[in-house]
Design a protein around this ligand. Structure first.
Ligand code: NAD
Length: 221
């Protein structure tokens, strides 16, 4: 499937906002979406809630066309790739709360179309992408891997890291489309972005764990 340069990022926090800015700076058309009216108002006003993103950098991105939107006004159908960067809190009983992830999936479902690429970035347990998240998306009548592409990307930003400021994107999905997607992002959105691809969401998570071990080992020396 072909994917062009229009990106939607759902959830504009520590993960979603730097990703939105990186894509905008790479020349893609970006809409950043958040459910919080307060977050939307502060971002539209040019105030960044994230240490890693200065007000000046946000202001430049806004001036260059970064759009900040509520879910209802986002126009998700017009995006080529949709990144989900909403939180995954835990419940009082320490179980993962997939509420925000599934709410984002429902918002996408109503606008899902053939050719869409949906990438889950939220931290979650193995099986979420091809399980509950996929189920919500497929309520649209479209099928992942056939009509639209679905992937998981667990690693994106190391908050506060002033040495290696690239956002690392490790994409794991099924089949050849993920390869195409990865090449597309490497070639068109590579300013400040680095990446690898894996065979599926599971191996993607494994890759992340190896990377974490490597990082902690190096930091511990
Ligand atoms: N370094 C990293 O990249 C990193 C590290 C740890 C965890 N994570 C994971 O990334 C995910 C996001 O983390 P964060 O730190 O950016 O969270 P955050 O709390 O900073 O931001 C999340 C944003 O999503 C918005 N939101 C919540 N539900 C929404 C919905 N249904 N639709 C639209 N917007 C919605 C919130 O208003 C908030 O602005 C979490 O799953 C987190 O565990 C990332």
């Amino acid at each position: 499937m072909d994917h062009d340069g229009r990106v939607a990022i759902i959830g504009l926090g520590y993960v979603g906002l730097p990703l939105a800015i990186a894509f905008e700076e790479a020349g893609l058309q970006v809409v950043g979406i958040d459910a919080s009216e307060t977050r939307i108002a502060e971002l539209r006003g040019g105030t960044s809630p994230i240490d890693d993103i200065s007000d000046e950098r946000l202001g430049t991105a806004l001036a260059n066309g970064l759009r900040i939107s509520s879910p209802a006004e986002a126009g998700l159908r017009d995006a080529d790739a949709i990144f989900v960067c909403v939180p995954t809190p835990i419940t009082d009983s320490k179980d993962p709360d997939l509420g925000p992830v599934l709410a984002a999936g429902e918002a996408i479902c109503g606008s899902l179309r053939a050719g869409h690429l949906v990438i889950l970035q939220s931290t979650t347990f193995p099986g979420t992408t091809n399980g509950p998240f996929r189920e919500v998306l497929e309520r649209s009548g479209l099928v992942a891997g056939r009509d639209f592409d679905l992937a998981f990307a667990p690693e994106r930003v190391n908050p506060g890291d002033r040495v290696c400021c690239r956002i690392l994107v490790t994409l794991g999905g099924s089949g050849e489309p993920i390869g195409n997607i990865h090449e597309k992002f490497k070639s068109e959105a590579h300013v400040g972005l680095g990446g690898t691809r894996t065979a599926g969401p599971g191996s993607c998570l494994l890759c992340l764990e190896f990377r974490r071990c490597q990082r902690f080992t190096l930091e511990d020396r």
